[in-house]
Ligand binder design. Structure first.
Ligand SMILES: NC(=O)c1ccc[n+]([C@@H]2O[C@H](COP(=O)([O-])OP(=O)(O)OC[C@H]3O[C@@H](n4cnc5c(N)ncnc54)[C@H](O)[C@@H]3O)[C@@H](O)[C@H]2O)c1
Length: 322
């Protein structure tokens, strides 16, 4: 089977490529390397089952060709990361809305099943747990640019569901929660890579706010497994499905665990959000998924425990710094 993976040189995308190539599948990727990296896929470039197109998903002509020639699309390309989105507000909206619209329009033209990567950010400011796929969404005002990422991804979900309802397009929408593991970069606002790199350099770990905000984390290998099960699950077509972890941890404690597991001499430094993201920034205080739907549909739920995820990610960053 030939898969088109948009954003295939990114963190989740490149791990997905590895899994598919290992299974003997054909993989074609399109990536403009805006946040992805050639390093993530260099080892695949000589593989005859792998093809890389350095291009943007906004290029309709190229996307037309790639989608026509594939059997299924996994659409991961997006402007990602709070920092990246705040620094590139306009192009992020264009990539995340127009890019997904192009992918859906062409998947519909050639009647190809398509999985759309959405995000737990879509839920907005909820503090209850667990978050279920049919919960309401709560956002701040548009002057707070951070919500543009959530709103753009929500429009992607609406568009995908509208294609399913009106054109019978086979779409699967996956709301990923914070995912961690090898190849994630700390450059665009992702918390764990930043902590690990600070810890390995014995620099202070910068915790934003008072560190009481909590997150759950999913190992990238589990996300890849979930994506592959979901794209082949007929009952998931036309559905929105959470993919996330269950172990809830305050960010300050995540910093402490990172220090312990790296054996670092670092201390923790609390930094006000306003200093990092400007005056109007709002964070989400809590994000815990319900995994009941994922498990019902696929028989799978992510099980990797947090210390294992942290240890594997630390090993990756240590090997990169050698
Ligand atoms: N990692 C997470 O914690 C997380 C959480 C929720 C949702 N997601 C979603 O999962 C998907 C993959 O995220 P990731 O963490 O691997 O991030 P990533 O930044 O590593 O991957 C995104 C990839 O898309 C590419 N890209 C961006 N704009 C493009 C364009 N116009 N044309 C072609 N390629 C383009 C980037 O270069 C990058 O390789 C995204 O859709 C993201 O919204 C990720």
């Amino acid at each position: 089977m030939r898969y088109l993976i948009t954003g295939g040189a990114g963190f989740i995308g490149s791990n997905l490529c590895d899994a598919l190539i290992q299974q003997g599948e054909e993989v074609v990727i399109i990536d403009d390397l805006s946040t992805g990296s050639l390093d993530n896929i260099t080892h695949l470039l000589d593989n005859q089952n792998f093809q890389y197109h350095n291009n943007t998903i906004l290029n309709h002509r190229v996307m037309d060709h790639l989608i026509r020639e594939c059997d299924a699309v996994i659409h991961l390309a997006a402007a990602v990361g709070v920092k990246y989105v705040l620094e590139n507000p306009l192009s992020s909206i264009e990539t995340n809305i127009r890019g997904t619209e192009i992918a859906l329009e062409l998947a519909n033209r050639y009647k190809k099943r398509i999985l759309i990567a959405s995000t737990s950010e879509v839920y907005g400011k909820h503090t209850h747990a667990p978050l279920k796929e049919d919960d309401n969404v709560i956002y701040g005002p548009p002057s707070t640019m951070r919500w543009s990422y959530a709103a753009a991804k929500l429009i992607d979900e609406f568009t995908a569901l509208a294609y399913h309802r009106t054109k019978k397009l086979q779409v699967v929408i996956v709301r990923c929660f914070n995912t961690i593991g090898p190849r994630q970069t700390g450059l665009y606002g992702m918390v764990l890579p930043r902590f690990i790199q600070q810890a390995l350099r014995d620099e202070p770990l910068t915790v934003y706010g008072d560190g009481s905000q909590t997150r759950t984390f999913t190992y990238v290998g589990d996300v890849v497994e979930a994506l592959l099960r979901l794209i082949h699950c007929d009952a998931a077509v036309g559905e929105v499905v959470n993919v996330g972890g269950q172990e809830e941890i305050p960010i300050r404690e995540l910093a402490e665990r990172t220090i312990a597991l790296t054996g670092s001499k670092s201390e923790i430094m609390l930094v006000p959000y306003s200093q990092v993201y400007g005056r109007d920034f709002e964070d989400m205080m809590r994000r815990v998924p319900s995994l009941e739907k994922l498990e019902r549909l696929t028989g799978f739920r992510p099980e990797t425990d947090l210390d294992t995820m942290l240890t594997k990610t630390i090993e990756y960053f240590r090997s990169k710094s050698n």
